[in-house]
Design a protein. Sequence first.
Length: 561
Amino acid sequence: MSNPKPSTVSNFIHDRIESDLNENKNDGQVVTRFPPEPNGYLHIGHAKSICLNFGTALKYDGKCHLRFDDTNPSKEETEYVESIMEDVRWLGFDWGDDLFYASNYFDKLYEYAEDLIKQGKAYVCDLSGDEIREYRGTLKEPGKESPYRARSIEENLDLFRRMKAGEFANGERVLRAKIDMKSGNIIMRDPVMYRIQKAEHHRTGSKWCIYPMYDFTHCLSDSIEGITHSLCTLEFENNRPLYDWFLDELQTECHPQQIEFARLNLNYTVMSKRKLLELVKNNHVNGWDDPRMPTISGLRRRGYTPESIRDFCERIGVAKADNTVDIALLEHCLREDLNKIAYRVMAVLKPVKVIIDNYPDGKTEDLTAENNPEDETAGTRTLKFSKEILIEQEDFTEDPPKKYFRLSPGNEVRLKHAYIIKCESVEKDDNDNIIQIHCSYDETSKSGGATADRKVKGTLHWVSAAHCAEAEVRLYSHLFTKENPESGDEDYKNFLNRESLEILTGCKVEQSLAGVKPGLNFQFLRQGYFCSDPDSTNENPVFNRAVSLRDTWAKIQKKGS
């Protein structure tokens, strides 16, 4: 895996940072952070944020913190923390000693909350969640003040401390900021700062029964850590005034600058953690790392490389307005990377036997095959050739249409790295299914032989029937049939693609692929790029198709040019 390199592509965030550096703001320092909530696995949208935050720090010789915003214990798990760290490392980024948790700051955040109460800028409210929403008003109508808004500082301090001591039930009381119930920005209408939640925290255990809300925690965590530029997605734009309000009212020493960018939307999938969790919990997919999922772990298992994902994030750039990216671009980036690094091998997914009648009985010969024509250092490998081989069922037909260049009666094709063969006859079973194809071969047409340059229009991949391994191959396609499954009023699950996974057993692959380690990428000639799956065993290797060979993105680009 190559290390990430600083981006050479400019964007509006980097323009702003360079302006700050020119003015020597923050003493010329750049400190960013990637702040996931540990309530699910990361997806490709998070990869964009990871690349932006870590890449920005790399570009300006700064630092990027990995911070877990772990303020909701009912939805957070250590499993998610570990998976997030694995994903960030796999993408090629290193946070060094800068690993933090919002839970590290719970004591300090509590002090900040009491400080706001003492200033008369926060109060304990007894309204229920539904009542708070009702009192908040709408975009067209101002909110109305809570009947508890006028409580004295002393009463608010007493109630808040009793909330902390566990005297009240979940939902019985909350702490709210006292801002402006008539504000045109609904976020500023006395937002909740703390709620009672008697749940075990994965790091602090049962120490706390009140937990700070995200908007209160996030800005102050940024400030405590000395973050200079807080990069977040566009849905937090309306939250920026609140981000600044907390920092201003508490007069924090460090006031980071929040800058918003457009999140990544990808067609034929969903990017909501809640919906991805629903797919996992209801067994619509086989876990978070199902290769059909847009999670980083799912993409990794499918065969995506960190280089291809970083390239994808670089190409889509950083924009100020939301848009949807064609998944064909992501696939194109993977093809470009794997074309350079993946070994070429032969695999027959739906085999039919070919008997070369004029090839000597019992003879086996070694043929030389290049591993990757794009990589001079990749070397070669040895293939076994014998009288009986296997080819794809679809590579033979008795009644060929026009311009059919594969095998048919009386027609010649070249076997990759081997000989030219000609179909002489076929054998069928009682149901008229072809079970064997009889061919002859031109022994002078061997690759590198006397008539190796004799032209035939078709070239087929193959494996020797006696020198191959049996494998399971999993063919994946889009998880959803609709380009934007979240658009409209219909349940997104109604657009799940019931044919998004096809499992082929009894496939035949080169003997060298028996016992292959999981996570290795190959190009199956004429089939696509495949990756060995963790389910593989020495007796039964398993391969996932990462992407087909057909590059639809290149065609789209060519058509648009």
